[in-house]
Design a protein around this ligand. Sequence first.
Ligand SMILES: [Zn+2]
Ligand SMILES: [Zn+2]
Length: 220
Amino acid sequence: MPETQADGRIYTVETLTEAPVAGDRNTIGGWPVLPGGEWPACFCGTPMVFFFQLDIPGDVPVFGGAHLLVFQCPEHDDPAFGPVQLPDRYWDAVTEPYEGRFWRFFLHTAGTPSAEADPLVDPRRLALHPAEEQVSEYGRGVAGFKVGGVPSWAQDPEHYRCSCGTDMTFLCQVPENFGFDMWPMRDRDNQAQLFLGNEVYIFACPARCHPQALWPAIQN
Ligand SMILES: [Zn+2]
Ligand SMILES: [Zn+2]
């Protein structure tokens, strides 16, 4: 059975119309609050697109108070797949279907806003709203952009185990074909999307063994 948060509480994520400013912590694009200050690059050498960041609300079990960031290459954006038992340093490991890491997730409790804003994403502020999870008889939570609760699994549920031996916990869901607007690509049919616009279920290691101990389950 899927694990639910202690009180069934989730947070839905709303995209606001206004652009963020430096120092904002709940954003699409804008200024990432990076743990080490270094903007991540894809294995191909291209600076990654900064898709979004969220402060995980304090009452979310295990991860409350941490800051989540999601990056991915603008060119390399196919879905990623991994084994149930994730390998050592899977955040750096070679990853199918490419020859190296093409996304980066971070979950940390310190950091500073980058000097530069992301140049590609049309930036927006995000707002989190408390809501109640509703789990179906098939073990699926509500759809949409949310923090906590249960994935809305488009296919069968997936499970992953961190390299440290701890079962991963669901943290955040990005719905299918979510509208991350990219400035230079806006006129193209094939706008870059997070993992090709598939539904993304971000899992994190509850042992918090490393600031990049996160993994995407990707389905459509
Ligand atoms: Zn790349
Ligand atoms: Zn771990």
